[in-house]
Design a protein around this ligand. Sequence first.
Ligand SMILES: *[C@@H]1O[C@H](CO)[C@@H](O)[C@H](O)[C@H]1NC(C)=O
Ligand SMILES: *[C@@H]1O[C@H](CO)[C@@H](O)[C@H](O)[C@H]1NC(C)=O
Ligand SMILES: *[C@@H]1O[C@H](CO)[C@@H](O)[C@H](O)[C@H]1NC(C)=O
Ligand SMILES: *[C@@H]1O[C@H](CO)[C@@H](O)[C@H](O)[C@H]1NC(C)=O
Length: 494
Amino acid sequence: MLSLYTLILGAVSVYAAANYPPIPADLTTPVQQRIAIQSPNQISVAWNTYTKLAQACVQYGTSSKSLRSKACSQNAVTYPTSRTYFNTVQLTGLKPATTYYYKIVSTNSSTQQFFSPRVAGDTTPFTLNAVIDMGVYGTDGYTIDMDMSKRSTIPTLDPSLNHTTIGRLFNNLKQYEFIIHPGDLAYADDWYEKAHNFLDGTNAFEAILEQFYEQLAPISGVKPYMASPGNHEADCTEVPNTAGACAEGQRNFTDFNNRFGASMPKAFVSTSKSSAAKINANKAAQLAKPPFWFSFEYGMVHVTMIDTETDFANAPDGPGGSAGLNGGPFGFTNQQLEFIDADLASVDRTVTPWVIVAGHRPWYTTGTGCAPCQSAFESLLYKYGVDLAVFGHVHNSQSIVPIYNGTADPNGFKDPKAPYYIVAGGAGNIEGLSSASNPPSYISFAYDTDFSYATIQLADKNHMNINFIRSYTGEILKSQTLYKSHSHQFVRNI
Ligand SMILES: *[C@@H]1O[C@H](CO)[C@@H](O)[C@H](O)[C@H]1NC(C)=O
Ligand SMILES: *[C@@H]1O[C@H](CO)[C@@H](O)[C@H](O)[C@H]1NC(C)=O
Ligand SMILES: *[C@@H]1O[C@H](CO)[C@@H](O)[C@H](O)[C@H]1NC(C)=O
Ligand SMILES: *[C@@H]1O[C@H](CO)[C@@H](O)[C@H](O)[C@H]1NC(C)=O
């Protein structure tokens, strides 16, 4: 007898099929490779495997033909709903600004390369990219359903690189040295947007993570990929939070924490001659909580990554926060704010003239900004003369005039005291783009018609060039130069 129950089961067997990538026959095969900057002469190499390795090792060297050094770890982590183990190995003692070759030790791996970090104070110009709100490509992602005129075909690449931003980052590999991605990475919690995932949410969530980080690997395996949290890493109430719908891995930044916890830096030892700077940098290193809040230095820039989701008063994803996501806290009360204060106070502009702060939720934006974020962070950014603040969350590109407390800096882009803010949240994801119509007067550029991201060129001690790039075509949508005199060794505006 064909009962309703059997009919439902039939429907389940047709539709309840999460799109897991195939498991390689050789279980030591490295997948989802990603590298990150760990210290002035250290790169972390992280990857996943479908088996727990007794030991995870990487061979490396400056010649592809002889990988003389080897580093190993036994720190593999995982969590109950994940099919994979997360491995992280530290490559230490690297010569700065040098091409290295590395091979993850496996019976099925190939040699890759990376460029080791520039030491703080290296004045060579370079470019980093800011991509935010990226998301998986394919049947569980957004781009496959998009208007074809807005998709690239990129015939010479792996089909998974049809994601126009991932494709552009791949095509332009020679033009930048590392990537910052402050939040909303895979959009795995949006699995419920596709009907085929309805009855298999736990697996669909994990399948999207596996797909996304594998799609990203051709970029993140060769360019340092610096990630910090967004609301989609949190994340449970984006799905109807009914019994069984919210799997273990979806709560409280679990995958994000397992994936990036051992591979992001804390804060660098200061190379300033000032003992106050050294003390503040040491304090920042104690207070850092990677992958949630941390900093690093690279050539002419000090980059501080912050957590706009948890760990400050009325944090939107914190317990009782407006998003109802009940994440964190990850530090003691005010730990993050004390970190930011010590970290920014430590920056010696005669060593790293430029300071960038990157986080997920903006307070100056089209639509509605994050008021608790502004209350928590804005005065710190202004006090220490942060040059550029990078955010996403709102799915478009925006250039905002240097501004403090709602008032545009009278100097504009010619030596402002206030930070220059950008939003680079248009990288592409299943939720689509956010309208940029009727922007407030302090927004000098807003773009919402196609996927985009930002390139940040550190040209010299006084000039930074920001370009917004249309991912599909590579065209520059907007260029903005920021001039700063950087005439004080330590900036204190308040
Ligand atoms: C080896 O790795 C490649 C991907 O790099 C994969 O496609 C292939 O299935 C793997 N081979 C085995 C035997 O697992
Ligand atoms: C990528 O684009 C090509 C060419 O348009 C298409 O044949 C292929 O199906 C696309 N791949 C995916 C995963 O959508
Ligand atoms: C989230 O994880 C952190 C760190 O493990 C923990 O301190 C916190 O209590 C967790 N929050 C919730 C709501 O489970
Ligand atoms: C910020 O601006 C408001 C008016 O919009 C003013 O009342 C307040 O004093 C200003 N705060 C600071 C710290 O400048």
